[in-house]
Write a protein of this length. Structure first.
Length: 350
């Protein structure tokens, strides 16, 4: 495919930290994470899995919960706070993810779990999480490569989480791993905003400078949420997200009251595993909001995990294209760094 000179010029000026390069490497990172021998030797007799993690490190826990809700035999709960939920006990496996290994909310929960006799599998590129778990008899630390923004490391992070779950039998493997990786590698080439087929760029141009509302069909709710947060961080724009069919019991009323939707663009995430009734609801939504500019993003794959990976990668590229069109460095996250600097001066009670 021909390159897009406009995107190349914008990238050269606005992407000094190479967010595009990290995103291009997603299929390789995913392959490495999914095929790694983890050497796990942990009993699999759990009431459920509690996933600790926030930000780019926390998305995987939410995605695992979506997969488990459809295909799994155990509950997966995502926890994005300090401490642990009041109901937690040592019969729940802790899956703690912190790309840096130093995320204070996650470390706080890990330390409490250790005090209460919990078993923890930790994922990080090093940091305090490695130090804590390597010195704990009921802890396992699994490393991921360092050196990139956590939100660009989904291949490493979520790939490792999936590998853990598939290896331990916590989630069923619904597709042939190698065939899935080959399909994702092929689709990644098309999504690339420099050397791809150009579709992501065209979508970005349509939604640039619009108010963005994201709707997701069931089991893609986290993809819609993560797309929103990628727009927040990479693109520096506000967006909102909601999930079918819940939005039909509240949000749809507000759409009916909106007399001037010209500044709004609607994005809807769908996949081929939708329930028939959800398909009917989606069609009704499109007909009812026919005057609202809308983009349908189809998450492709042979199983939910693959559709989720495709949808996440699609969102990454779209958020980067939007950042470049806006004139923003997609890696820059000034306010987050300011907050971390502030919090580092205030001790946390363990």
């Amino acid at each position: 495919m021909e390159s897009n000179p406009t995107m190349i010029e914008l990238a050269e000026t606005l992407d000094p930290s190479d967010m595009i390069g990290w995103t291009t490497k997603f299929p390789n990172a995913l392959r490495s994470a999914l095929t790694k021998d983890l050497g796990l030797d942990i009993e699999n007799d759990w009431s459920g899995i509690l996933c600790l993690g926030v930000g780019g490190s926390g998305a995987g826990g939410m995605l695992l919960s979506d997969i488990s809700n459809r295909e799994g035999g155990l509950p997966f709960v995502s926890w994005k706070d300090y401490g642990l939920p009041s109901w937690w006990g040592p019969d729940w496996l802790i899956l703690a993810t912190s790309y840096s290994g130093n995320t204070e909310e996650t470390l706080h929960g890990v330390n409490l779990a250790i005090q209460e006799g919990g078993t923890i599998i930790g994922i990080s590129s090093g940091g305090k999480l490695q130090d804590i778990l390597e010195g704990h008899e009921n802890g396992v630390w699994i490393d991921v490569p360092s050196g990139q923004p956590p939100r660009s490391a989904l291949g490493h992070i979520f790939g490792t989480q999936l590998n853990i779950c598939w290896t331990m039998g916590l989630l069923p493997m619904e597709t042939e791993k190698e065939e899935m990786l080959e399909r994702l590698e092929k689709s990644s080439k098309n999504l690339d905003i420099i050397n791809g087929d150009g579709e992501i760029i065209e979508i970005a141009k349509q939604i640039h400078e619009k108010r963005i509302q994201i709707m997701s069909t069931p089991y893609l709710g986290t993809i819609g949420y993560r797309c929103r947060t990628q727009f927040n961080e990479n693109s520096g724009i506000l967006a909102t997200s909601s999930i079918l069919p819940e939005l039909h019991h509240n949000e749809i009323v507000a759409w009916g009251e909106n007399e001037n939707p010209s500044d709004i663009h609607l994005i809807i995430f769908v996949w081929n595993g939708m329930d028939e009734r959800i398909g009917i609801r989606t069609e009704w939504t499109l007909e009812t909001l026919s005057e609202v500019p809308t983009t349908i993003l189809e998450c492709q794959g042979e199983c939910l995990a693959e559709c989720i990976l495709h949808g996440a990668h699609m969102s990454d590229w779209l958020s980067i294209a939007l950042a470049l069109l806006k004139g923003k460095d997609p890696t820059s996250i000034g306010p987050i760094n300011d907050l971390k600097s502030h919090l580092s001066k205030i001790p946390i009670d363990q």
